[in-house]
Design a protein around this ligand. Structure first.
Ligand SMILES: C[S@@+](CC[C@H](N)C(=O)[O-])C[C@H]1O[C@@H](n2cnc3c(N)ncnc32)[C@H](O)[C@@H]1O
Length: 261
């Protein structure tokens, strides 16, 4: 408990807004009129049971943590350490304030998903929720997560559009095969050149088959899909084909400009 009165919390919440996460900070709602409802709680309850209830001793990384709703939920499950990263100062200020009000210790850092190598450690549980479709380079981000920070579990969510069918694919096709690309269940990533949902930061929206295929391709095996947009995965040994020995080398490691390891 801190010395904040409800009125002081209310004023600070207003000053830090607008909020994307609707949280209840000692009776003060941060985004009561959210266009998705009581978000992200309504989403969280659909997959919360697929994350261990007891995270005692484990480390957690929440990528694109926003105001820290998920970071706080996981810290409450006993995680030894929770690190939340986001590249947006305003959201990080909200996250730090919410954690202070709730009396929860979380390490928030300003960092892009493309720079996760700078963390220099792997985490037992990585959350990558609601970020992929905001990236111009989504597969690079998954490769970097695999390469640098994923230690075991990955919980992934993306907005998805298009078919929810999933086509069982053969490992290879003849050059003359063209019809398979038009199958609804073929993995597709829809490119948004301008805006989607009035948001210019929406770049690539996968269908279900594509989310799953990208995760597998990056080196994650899918253990559960508790709801259509959420995948609970484990890091596996990635097949070397197509990757060479290096994996994702951005950003360069070692002396400036030297990508060699
Ligand atoms: C739709 S919100 C999702 C927030 C939260 N993970 C959730 O599921 O409720 C997207 C978040 O990703 C952050 N974000 C977008 N691109 C990012 C990047 N390249 N690196 C780190 N965070 C990013 C945004 O600032 C925002 O907080």
């Amino acid at each position: 408990m801190t010395g904040w009165t409800e009125q002081a919390i209310r004023e600070r919440v207003r000053a830090l807004g607008p909020w994307f996460h609707n949280m209840d900070l000692r009776g003060v709602r941060t985004a009561p009129d959210h266009f998705l409802g009581d978000y992200p709680r309504i989403k969280w309850v659909r997959f919360a049971d697929h994350i261990p209830a007891d995270l005692t001793g484990l480390t957690v990384l929440d990528i694109g943590c926003n105001a820290g709703f998920h970071s706080m939920q996981l810290k409450r499950r006993g995680a030894a350490r929770v690190v939340g990263i986001d590249f947006d100062d305003d959201y990080l200020a909200q996250a730090r304030f919410a954690a202070e009000i709730e009396g929860i210790e979380i390490e928030y850092r300003k960092l892009s998903v493309y720079d996760v190598a700078a963390l220099g450690e792997r985490f037992d549980l990585v959350l990558f929720i609601g970020v992929l479709y905001h990236l111009r380079h989504p597969l690079l981000a998954l490769d970097l997560i695999y390469e640098h920070v994923a230690g075991d579990r990955l919980v992934f969510q993306s907005m998805q559009r298009g078919s929810q069918a999933v086509l069982g694919l053969k490992p290879d096709y003849e050059f003359s095969e063209t019809a398979v690309f038009d199958e609804p269940g073929y993995p597709k990533l829809h490119f948004v050149e301008q805006n989607y949902a009035h948001d210019p930061t929406n770049w690539w929206v996968p269908n279900t088959a594509c989310s799953a295929a990208m995760l597998r391709s990056a080196g994650f095996s899918i253990e559960a899909q508790p709801e259509e947009e959420v995948f609970v995965c484990r890091r596996t040994e990635r097949a070397a084909a197509g990757f060479g020995e290096r994996g994702a080398v951005y950003p360069a490691r070692g002396p400036a400009g030297d990508a060699a390891r």
